[in-house]
Design a protein around this ligand. Structure first.
Ligand code: CUA
Length: 175
């Protein structure tokens, strides 16, 4: 997989290099000297630009709005339910694993040994919030769980041989 990705990147890099060389060689030409092919290419480039601007940019903004780092919007109001998290190789120590839906939760994340990544996934395994678990620091996640269910916590930072086993759960119940 990684090998294939590397080969594809290599081909793309070569294409870009040829493109840059082509442009550099032809950079002295005036617009009137362009052949019909080049003119068509420029027309296509303009269309491509507008396609990207009109279709992909709004789509990107739409996707970015929903990312977990948008914490003020996700935070809500009211007294927070606090979960203290201490990461260890290779388990999560949490003083609480049950919270209520619709109420803000404050998760204070730190580590007892090395850097870990505290990632919360909803029941469909979609990432909804995350923070770095670092020794000597406490990083805070403020999140209001909208829906009940069992949320999974996975380690998001490679931290040694049993990194993949570093999982736990947060149960979100009715408020
Ligand atoms: Cu802890 Cu990976």
């Amino acid at each position: 997989m990684q090998e294939a990705a590397w080969q594809v990147s290599l081909v793309l890099m070569l294409l870009i290099t040829f493109g840059v060389i082509y442009v550099a060689i032809n950079s002295h030409k005036r617009e009137e000297e362009y052949g019909p092919l080049v003119k068509r290419a420029y027309g296509f480039r303009t269309k491509l630009f507008w396609a990207v601007a009109l279709v992909f940019l709004p789509a990107m903004v739409f996707n970015l709005m929903d990312l977990p780092y948008d914490s003020p919007r996700a935070a809500g109001t009211g007294p927070a339910q606090v979960i203290n998290v201490n990461a260890h190789m290779w388990y999560w120590e949490m003083d609480r694993d049950q919270v209520e839906a619709g109420q803000p939760v404050e998760i204070r994340v730190t580590s007892a040994d090395v850097n870990h990544g505290f990632g919360i996934y909803d029941p469909n395994l979609r990432l909804i919030a995350q923070a770095q678990a670092m020794p000597g620091y406490t990083n805070v996640i403020r999140h209001t769980f909208k829906n009940e269910g069992t949320y999974r916590v996975l380690c998001m930072e490679y931290c040694g041989v049993a990194h993949h086993n570093m999982m736990t759960e947060i149960k979100v119940g009715k408020s």
